[in-house]
Every structure is written in C-alpha cells, then in structure tokens.
Design a protein around this ligand. Structure first.
Ligand code: LRH
Ligand code: MN
Length: 461
C-alpha cells in the first residue's frame, strides 16, 4: 500500500490541477476589480508571498486548559518530531519557515543536531522563549513568588541565568532574539510594592540585556493578568515600553493579541509602539474573553485587519527601526494543531492582503476633509474585499484541501504504537480511499499526523 505524501510537489500539483481553472478566473476577476481601484493584484500577491510568520513549537501539540487536555493521536513526542510537524505547515502554506522554541520545554543536549534537523526540513529558528513561570524538576529556588522580580536576589539570579542559557541555546540554533514573558505579580493589594517590583525587573533584565549578542533583540511581552490576578509587573504596553527604553536599543515590545482587556484598542498600541520605534513583534492569536489563545482571525478578524492596517501604514511611511517579528502563539484543544496553524498563517496573509489593497490616497483625502463616513468605508473596503484568490495563488488553500482528503500515513499510527493504531488501521485505509475525513471521526479515530511520508515499518503498528 503506498501512501500519498501531501508534501510531495507532484502530489500537490496533481491535487491542485483540478482547481486551477476556477482559481485563474477568480484571480482575473479580482485583478480587474483591484485594477479599477488603481491596484496591481500581482504586486499584492508578491507582497503576501513574502509574508512570513514563525510557528510556536508548543503549538503543534495539544495545549489543554487547566480543566483538562485531550491529546490527539500521533502527537509529537519531542522537539525533533515537533519540527517535522512544523515542516508540514511550512510546506503547505509557504509562510512559516521558522520555529520559535520554548526552553526548557524544547531543551536538548545537542542543539547543533537540532539545527541540522531543522535545516534538513527547511526550517530556521526564530525568537527563543524563556520560562521562569514554572518550577522545573531539581530547581533549587521556586518561582512561586516571582522570578526576575522575586524579593530574593538568589532567585532573581537563577532566573537571569536561565535567560542567558536560552540565549546560548539560541546562538547554536541561529536564533536572533529572546522573548521574555514573566508571570510575576501579585494576587492581593499589599502583597508586593508595585514600584520596587518594577525596579527589580529592570535590574534583572539589565543583566540579561548585557548577555545579548550584538545582533540580537530582546522582546518584552506584556500581559494584563494570569497567573497573577491583581497586579502583573509588566501588565501593559506602557510598562513594557518604559522597560525597553530603559534597557537600551536592543529591547523591544512584543504584542500578544490575547494579553489585553476585552475591547482594548490594540491597533492604537501598535501605532504608538511604531512611533516609539520599539515595536518588536507579535504573538498572533485570537480571544473573546481572556488569554484564550484561539486561532488568529477566528473571533475578531476585523481587529486583526486593523492591526495589519497599522503595519502597512508604517511600511508605506518607511517607519524607522520598523522590523516586527511575526509569530503565532496559540493553544489547540479541539482542532488539529497542524490545520489550525496552517489556517492561522493564512488568516494573517489574508489580513495583510486586505490592508495592502486599501486605497490610501482616497482614504487620506477623506481624512483631511473630515469626510468621516467615506474615510471609514474606504478603509473597510479593504476588509470586505474577498482576497482568497490571492491567497490561493499562493498555492496554499488548495494544498490544504488536498491534505484534508488524503492525510493518512501509517507512521501517524506508529507514533502511538499499540492498540489505537492496530484497531483502526482498516478504518484509516477505508477513509483514505474515499478521501473523506469525517468517516474517521465517526469511528472516533483522528487520522493524525506523522512526519508524513516517513513510513515506519508496519511491525510497529
Ligand atoms: C503567556 C504566553 C507567552 C508564552 C506562553 C506560552 O501567556 O503568551 O508568550 O511564553 O504564552
Ligand atoms: Mn505569547
């Protein structure tokens, strides 16, 4: 029995061929529409093709919530397998050539081998993420009451050296940035001195900053609450910007879309950080209530568009020091992580394309003339234009459809050797033939990932 490897170019081409006709007529129609607005569709397609976003290594496994985790079949068991799954996302979207690691979740004793493995999969490494919001086995001092801002100097020093370890690991991987998010804060008024906690933060971050290689950046990630439920030391963009400006030119502010109170105007924050020349990058996701880490563009696509509108304005204005690092930071509990991350990468491309087709000259005139409605409508027209043909031209949507219908590889079962695999082999093959995924679901089996095309001997099944 041979299995199709959706990453195989011939396979993709054969899967895409039947769709080519309808795509080119859709693309031509959209091209004509944009032409009437003075916009060249191929310029937009080229810009979207160059849009890249990093995938979080922690996003390819099932995240879970504090109430439970329902792991899928064939979950990656280590960072090497996580990279294999990230490679599938990049192969099928062409938009995710780098992976952002989290230490110690992705700790390995051979970063050179990991770098090679990544390179062999066509992947590089984006910002490293430190973790002083959990205690690790064998850790001498606990972060229960904080890490970089802990009242105990030895605990702060422990957290500082962990961050420096992350930098050293990143240097071996070719990463060029360190993202520092800490959960430090208080649950009760009075528990901590708000000013001194911030000063301890700056003192610790200064030590980490000194360890940054010349060509590295440090991303400070603010968050309103959780795990602290009264005051968080880096609670908002203001605290983050003050810290970045205090630390030095390599320090930037990272905006995780889920780290704000509902209805906060995030695009305004982006505009201010661009003005301050301290916009380091994003953790894209979506949320309705708290830090829900849902798929980007799944709840508030208009808000995502408005964020990209600010990025396009900055790009067109050639804003100084404007080099945002784009990353996804999501947690997948009820969807297939590979599909969710592919979909999210494409939703970012969509928001970017929509922002790129806004008629900026007309918009400017209506703004200067205070023609409020026409200004609002002109901006919104970018959002209401269906740019799917541009995204499809990027060969991504079609591939996704194809992987849906054929995404079965025995190795998927291999990873979960044992009863599950054996029991469902028949049903897997059945659905493969029919190319219809729901059947599997009906049988309660998730035809899940394996490093597609990497066959494990059936003996393992
Ligand atoms: C904190 C956060 C941070 C990561 C973690 C996985 O909520 O957004 O970026 O370290 O999620
Ligand atoms: Mn984040």
């Amino acid at each position: 029995m041979t299995y199709a490897d959706p990453r195989d170019a011939n396979y993709l081409a054969s899967a895409n061929k039947p769709l080519a006709g309808e795509l080119s007529s859709d693309y031509t129609a959209l091209g004509a529409q944009l032409e009437r607005r003075g916009i060249k569709i191929d310029d937009i397609t080229k810009a979207v093709a160059n849009f890249k976003v990093a995938v979080p290594s922690w996003g390819v496994g099932t995240g879970g919530t504090r109430f439970g985790r329902f792991p899928g079949v064939g979950e990656p068991r280590n960072i090497f397998e996580k990279l294999e799954d990230c490679a599938v996302i990049n192969k099928l979207t062409g938009a995710t050539p780098t992976v952002s690691l989290h230490i110690p979740w992705d700790k390995t004793d051979d970063y050179a081998a990991l770098r090679e493995h990544g390179a062999a999969l066509g992947l590089g490494f984006d910002a490293m993420n430190s973790n002083t919001f959990q205690d690790q086995a064998g850790q001498s001092l606990s972060y229960k009451y904080g890490s970089l801002t802990h009242t105990d100097a030895a605990t702060r020093a422990q957290a500082v050296s962990h961050n420096i370890d992350c930098i050293n690991a990143g240097r071996k991987l070719g990463s060029k940035a360190l993202t520092v998010w800490i959960g430090d804060g208080a649950n009760f008024p009075g528990q901590s001195h708000l000013g001194r906690a911030f000063e301890r933060y700056l003192e610790s971050m200064t030590s980490i900053y000194k360890a940054l290689p010349e060509d590295w950046r440090m991303f400070i990630e603010h968050k309103m609450y959780e795990p602290a439920f009264y005051a968080t030391v880096i609670q908002d963009w203001g605290s983050s910007l003050m810290a970045a400006q205090t630390l030095g030119p390599k320090a930037y502010c990272l905006v995780d879309l889920g780290h704000h109170a509902p209805n906060v105007n995030i695009e305004m924050i982006v505009s201010r950080l661009v003005h301050a020349q301290r916009l380091g990058g994003f953790h894209f996701n979506d949320s309705k209530y708290g830090d829900d880490d849902l798929d980007a563009g799944s709840i508030e696509p208009f808000r995502l568009f408005l964020v990209f509108n600010e990025l396009v304005e900055a790009e067109l204005a050639r804003a100084p020091n404007f080099r945002p690092a784009h990353m996804l930071d999501q947690s997948h509990n009820v969807t297939d992580p590979i599909e969710s991350l592919m979909t999210s990468a494409i939703e970012l491309q969509r928001a970017y394309a929509q922002a790129l087709i806004v008629e900026r000259t007309r918009l400017h005139e209506f703004r200067i003339g205070n023609d409020v409605l026409m200004a609002a409508q002109t901006l919104k027209r970018g959002f209401t234009t269906d740019v799917s043909p541009i995204l499809a031209r990027r060969e991504c949507v079609k591939a996704r459809r194809s992987i849906r219908s054929r995404r079965i590889a025995p190795a998927a079962i291999g990873r979960n050797a044992g009863k599950i695999g054996r029991a469902n082999k028949a049903s897997v093959v059945e659905s493969y033939k029919n190319g219809v995924r729901p059947q599997l679901l009906a049988k309660g089996v998730r035809p899940h990932r394996a490093p597609l095309g990497i066959e494990r001997t059936h003996a393992e099944v």
